[in-house]
Design a protein. Structure first.
Length: 153
């Protein structure tokens, strides 16, 4: 193991951001969120999320390993994804999209798209509201374009 860079105090936001972006491009780390479930804090890797469903003040986060149920609102969860640059407008082609009231899907895990739902890699389906279908179709196309373009660079 060797050092990639050194950050000297006082740390500027620009310097920290440039180092983190370089790390991200090299693929040396996985993006994660810290969530509390049953009074225990755990790390949830964004790559592992299939979809998220809001049930009152709880979330049901479906991963390949199973269901997590942290006490957290969907609005708070989305704000944390937005801080990581993983959630936003459909036209940006970001990984997570709010496809229906109370549902967020990871476009990484989508196999196909129908006018009614997303079919995921594990065989589950996530609904798409009628008014959001066109937006989700655009988001998925933009996401695939971004992913393909970044793979070639």
């Amino acid at each position: 193991m060797q050092a990639m860079d050194y950050i000297i105090k006082p740390v500027s936001k620009e310097r920290l951001r440039s180092v983190m972006n370089r790390l991200d491009k090299q693929g040396n780390f996985r993006r994660a969120l810290e969530i509390k479930e049953n009074r225990m804090t755990r790390r949830l890797y964004l790559d592992d999320i299939l979809y998220v469903r809001s049930v009152g003040h709880f979330l049901e986060i479906q991963t390949a390993a199973g269901m997590l149920k942290p006490y957290m609102t969907l609005e708070y969860f989305l704000s944390r994804l937005k801080l990581l640059g993983e959630y936003g407008e459909a036209s940006l082609g970001l990984r997570f999209q709010n496809c229906c009231r109370g549902y967020v899907v990871s476009l990484d895990q989508v196999c196909s798209l129908t006018p009614y739902d997303f079919l995921l890699t594990d065989g589950s389906r996530v609904p798409i509201s009628r008014p959001k279908y066109k937006e989700m179709k655009t988001a998925y196309a933009n996401y695939l374009f971004r992913k393909t373009r970044s793979a070639t660079n």
